[in-house]
Design a protein around this ligand. Sequence first.
Ligand code: NAP
Length: 246
Amino acid sequence: MKNLSEKVILVTGASKGIGAEVAKKLAVAGARVIVNYAGSKSDADAVVAEITANGGDAISLQADVRNPAEVKALFDQAIAHYGRIDVLINNAGIMITKTIAETTDDEFDRTFDINVKGVFNTLREAATKLADNGTVLNISTSVNRLMIPGYGNYVASKSAVEQLTRIFSREVGHRGINVNSLSPGPTATALFLDGKSQETIARLAALNPFNRIAETDDIANVVLFLVSDDAKWINAQNIGANGGMA
Ligand code: NAP
């Protein structure tokens, strides 16, 4: 992918799932990658080991995106190591699917702390620390476009991410930074698969005409395009990558 080889890219929540796939593909394209994780150090280190074994350049850095001091340290350590950050990919997130009636206070708070405050914390650092002409990509979800019982708290948090995206684009656009969100549909990761029966997975797969859920590869390919200079004129948008589900 054009121009990625010149970029330093921070991927939050890159120890697993979509973030890990994105980090590996970015490194193959020549980017220098910061693999952030909260608790899964061995998974994050394995991502870095695979990247470096293939001749790429990456480091893992621990930071819980909920914690402003840890997020500040994440940015400062990444810049100390690579000299700058060109691209921020806000991928870290959780999904708890319960009806509103069943959702506990703790589940509501945990979802908003990670999915919304986590993005807010990184955007606040990026406002002054991301390099001029950089790119921000926030990961939302295509279930925002549906009305599926059990997704209330999750889509509320991701809708907030889409609004932060729009406003942030106007706050940093004068520095040449473009800001978008990407809304994947169901994707084969632990976040989506855990606790679901084959029947439920098949029902959700049937919501798109290709009748399958995405592999992490499907989503990572779109991420690579959106953070490349080829996509620079895309700004303040929410892009769906869901096989036509919504
Ligand atoms: P996943 O496989 O569960 O991976 C989640 C990643 O987020 C892990 O690397 C995890 O790291 C990290 N993380 C969680 N809490 C964190 C925190 N407080 N601070 C820093 N990192 C944290 O999930 P995924 O499916 O790849 O999801 C990635 C993103 O895509 C999420 O924002 C999700 O909402 C979104 N998404 C997923 C789907 C889907 O169907 N899979 C669809 C639409 C959107 P640790 O293990 O170290 O905590």
